[in-house]
Design a protein around this ligand. Structure first.
Ligand code: KIV
Ligand code: ZN
Length: 522
């Protein structure tokens, strides 16, 4: 490992703009509740994220409320709201951000031929006029305005230079260059930023930014290419969450800059030891599990399976490790909690694992931990984390699983008896099905009618023994609404029912009707 680094004086700061709550949450099935968004925003703020894009205020009342609440709570980071190039969008973003300590309006318009012709049906001059009116309007509300030419990487260079020049003239302070469809390659993206910095008048008065999607798996490489070309802001998301294949992953960008400081003369202000905690929180609240071999935060990212690797790491960790697990907040698996552990020890353990719960949530989590310790021989850190994440998912839900009995086996037919709590009232139904999962989902459906189809049902073991908790993910699709849910329990059927119910809660919310109406068929 080359440990030579440029001296801090020669290194430029790269601003981290997190869009987990906007671009990330926009990804089908990743919707979060207001409470969950606030938790994520608070952690991003604590981690040192410079700008938090909290949502798209005109998109829905839920988005407006989330941006507005985050604006009130976040004290350090700049809070940003997205707006298209129209008056109503910009006014709504400004309204949502009015209580923010520091606010930014991010306005955008498609500039590529495809976007101009087919999506907007505007010619170049008309798009140009919209740039003038939108940036000028946003500047009337705040002196921190970001402007993005959507699909910039497929926009003619001359036109791109023209609109960027205009946005700067009208007062934009950050120019974000989106690779909206994840089409660019790293060299090409670096040269695009370099071309803009060199050709556009007054380019040195603004910050250039990257916003790269991962359709070709190049989002992080392109973002770093952009920084090498002159950008000083990277837009990214925790776990790379985002539209289609996602965005550049914040944890990868941050650790690449940190680990390769020998050739990348940059730094960020992110506290990398909070990366794992942020990854787990976002995975839990979005119900998007992190792939095992995901860089930095995957379960296997620091696991050495082969004998040669294990031998090398034991002799000197640097033989096969370019980062230390603790640098990104990975805690080693330990076996310190058991059924005799008290509430105080449990609270200390939660803090060590990065969870801070209020008194009621702590009480519920402790009760569940005791129950788990009665059923499971060894309680690992991962078990406690899964339990708490599960508790966080179930909190504030309208529909909750109360009881489940499943009759399964070779004899058939399989049968399930389910009791749900819906806003305080219990309802019990039973159903038979083609297997226990089918029976259980049918019983739940008879209590909460819906037209959704099951698009994904995935079971993973939290730890390695046969009494391990099951971590179940479920994705449901109803019309154009896609929702995901997650549940954990030592009983796979209970975990499955919780995951299904958690997804149904999101579906009911997405129906956008009053609660009694929404609970009926969608
Ligand atoms: O991908 C994109 O182009 C966007 C813009 C709104 C910046 O998300
Ligand atoms: Zn995007």
């Amino acid at each position: 490992m080359n440990t030579e680094t440029a001296t801090p004086a020669k290194r430029d700061r790269v601003v981290i703009f997190d869009t987990t709550l906007r671009d990330g949450e926009q990804s089908p099935g990743a919707s979060m509740t207001l409470e969950q968004k606030l938790q994520v925003a608070e952690l991003l703020d604590e981690m040192g994220v410079d700008i938090i894009e909290a949502g798209f205020p005109i998109a829905s009342n839920g988005d407006f409320e989330a941006v507005s609440e985050i604006a009130k709570r976040v004290k350090r980071a700049v809070v940003c709201g997205l707006a298209r190039a129209g008056n109503a969008d910009i006014d709504r973003a400004a309204e949502a951000l009015q209580h923010a300590e520091r606010r930014r309006i991010h306005t955008f318009i498609g500039t590529s031929p495809l976007h101009r012709e087919f999506q907007l049906q505007l010619d170049k001059d008309q798009v140009h006029e919209r740039v003038v009116s939108s940036v000028t309007r946003a500047r009337n509300y705040t002196d921190d305005v970001e402007w993005s030419p959507m699909d910039a990487t497929r926009t003619e260079h001359d036109f791109l230079c023209r609109v960027v020049e205009t946005a700067i003239k009208c007062g934009a302070t950050t120019i974000n260059i989106p690779d909206t469809v994840g089409y660019a390659t790293p060299d090409e993206f670096r040269e695009l930023i370099r071309m803009l910095v060199e050709r556009v008048p007054n380019a040195d008065t603004v910050v250039f930014s990257t916003h790269c999607h991962d359709d070709l798996g190049l989002a992080v490489a392109n973002s770093l290419g952009g920084v090498t070309g002159g950008a000083r802001q990277i837009e990214c998301t925790i776990n790379g969450l985002g539209e289609r294949a996602g965005n550049a992953a914040l944890e990868e960008v941050v650790m690449a800059i940190k680990t390769r400081a020998d050739i990348l003369p940059f730094y960020t202000d992110i506290d990398a030891t909070l990366l794992m905690r942020a990854s787990k929180l976002v995975a839990a609240v979005s119900a998007f599990p992190v792939q095992y071999n995901k860089a930095i935060v995957g379960k296997n990212a620091f696991a050495h399976e082969s004998g040669i690797h294990q031998d090398g790491v034991l002799k000197n960790a640097q033989t096969y490790e370019i980062m230390r697990p603790e640098d990104v907040g990975v805690k080693s698996t330990s076996l310190v909690m058991g059924k005799h552990s008290g509430r105080h020890a449990f609270r200390e353990k939660l803090i060590a694992l990065g969870f801070e719960l209020g008194d009621n949530a702590l009480q519920d989590a402790f009760r569940r931990f005791k129950d788990l310790a009665d059923r499971k021989k060894h309680v690992f850190d991962e078990d406690i984390a899964a339990l708490v994440e599960d508790e966080m998912t179930q909190q504030s839900e309208t529909i909750r699983l109360v009881a489940l009995t499943v009759i399964a086996g070779t004899g058939g037919p399989q049968k399930a008896i389910v009791t749900l709590d819906i806003d305080g009232a219990h309802q019990t139904r039973e159903a038979t099905g083609d297997g226990p999962v089918d029976a259980m989902f049918k019983a739940i459906k008879s209590i909460v009618p819906h037209e959704a189809t099951l698009q994904l049902y995935q079971v993973a073991a939290v730890t390695e023994e046969s009494d391990a908790q099951a971590d179940v993910s479920v994705r449901l699709g109803e019309g154009d609404k896609i929702v995901t849910g997650r549940g954990a329990d030592t009983d796979t059927m209970v975990a499955s029912a919780k995951a299904y119910v958690s997804a149904l809660n999101k579906l009911v919310t997405r129906r956008g009707k009053s609660k009694p109406e929404a609970l009926k068929a969608g």
